[in-house]
Design a protein around this ligand. Structure first.
Ligand code: ZN
Length: 281
């Protein structure tokens, strides 16, 4: 079983850059926080809010949250690094409307958390422990949550060629996450990227922060042969960071996306809070 005690950062880490969809600049700080405070977020001059699925307002292309009267989009890569690196308590402050895309992955976020280092606190980690299977569907997407001794993911994607069908399975533990998942970048198809740019979207997108495929294959160099499925695992971990407890379960995902993740997390969170099919301790 993974780590028993809650963690926080040893020091603040900050990031600055442009958002993928808006092209707007933003600044993010992740600060240490006391035990049992969990993840909190403050956007601009808005109120500090507990960072859970209750704040999700939009799941098209990216996960957007509203906190204290302000909204911020594309939170999933930052939150993926937070959960993937095993950070339980942190106060996140955002100045801007979209989290910076950085290199299109969670690598810089995860590396900064690793470099700052985590402190173990006295309180035991608050966990979501799946005690019975649950499944969720959205169109072709399927997500199954199963009891397990730790936090594990099995993920299958099935895209048009040249990405095709890819599969990844493994435990989400900090060392593995940092090496195998965090560096996987977001991706798109050249014809879609051109259409998005024509509609004024993906304004911050470039070959420096996304893998772009044309009909022959990736235009830029891949970090992993199966980088696409690894990025989907990255996104999934980020959306599960909104559960409000460490997920002790196995998640089986087939063609899932942000909307299905948000549906599942909201339902699991209800179970967590009611003490129904899951327990927290
Ligand atoms: Zn993503």
């Amino acid at each position: 079983m993974s780590q028993q005690y809650q963690t926080t950062l040893q020091r603040e880490v900050t990031f600055e850059g442009v958002g993928l969809h808006t092209g707007c600049r933003a600044r993010v700080a992740i600060m240490p926080a006391p035990q049992n405070t969990g993840l909190t977020i403050r956007v601009g001059q808005g109120a500090v809010r507990a960072l859970t699925s209750d704040l999700v307002v939009e799941t098209v292309r990216a996960t957007t949250i509203a906190a204290g009267g302000e909204t911020v989009s594309t939170v999933e890569h930052l939150l993926s690094a937070v959960l993937g690196m095993g950070l339980d308590n942190a106060a996140i402050a955002v100045d801007g409307e979209e989290i910076p895309v950085m290199d299109g992955s969670a690598r810089l976020f995860a590396e900064a958390i690793a470099q700052a280092g985590l402190t173990a606190l006295a309180a035991p980690r608050r966990r979501f422990v799946a005690t019975a299977p649950a499944y969720y569907r959205d169109g072709e997407g399927l997500l199954i949550v199963l009891p397990a001794a730790d936090f594990r993911v099995r993920c299958t994607v099935d895209f048009e060629r040249p990405v095709g069908t890819q599969y990844y399975a493994g435990e989400i533990a900090p060392a593995v996450y940092l090496r195998e998942i965090a560096p996987a970048r977001t991706f798109g198809w050249l014809h879609e990227v051109q259409a998005l740019l024509a509609r004024g979207l993906a304004r911050g997108g470039s070959l420096d922060n996304a893998v772009v495929y044309d009909e022959n294959g990736p235009v830029n160099e891949l970090r992993f042969a199966d980088e696409a499925v690894r990025h989907k695992v990255l996104d999934l971990v980020g959306d599960f960071a909104l559960l409000g407890a460490y997920p002790q379960c196995e998640i089986v995902s087939f063609k899932s996306g942000h909307r299905l993740h948000a549906m599942a997390v909201a339902d699991l969170r209800r179970a967590l809070l009611s003490g129904g099919s899951a327990v927290a301790y």
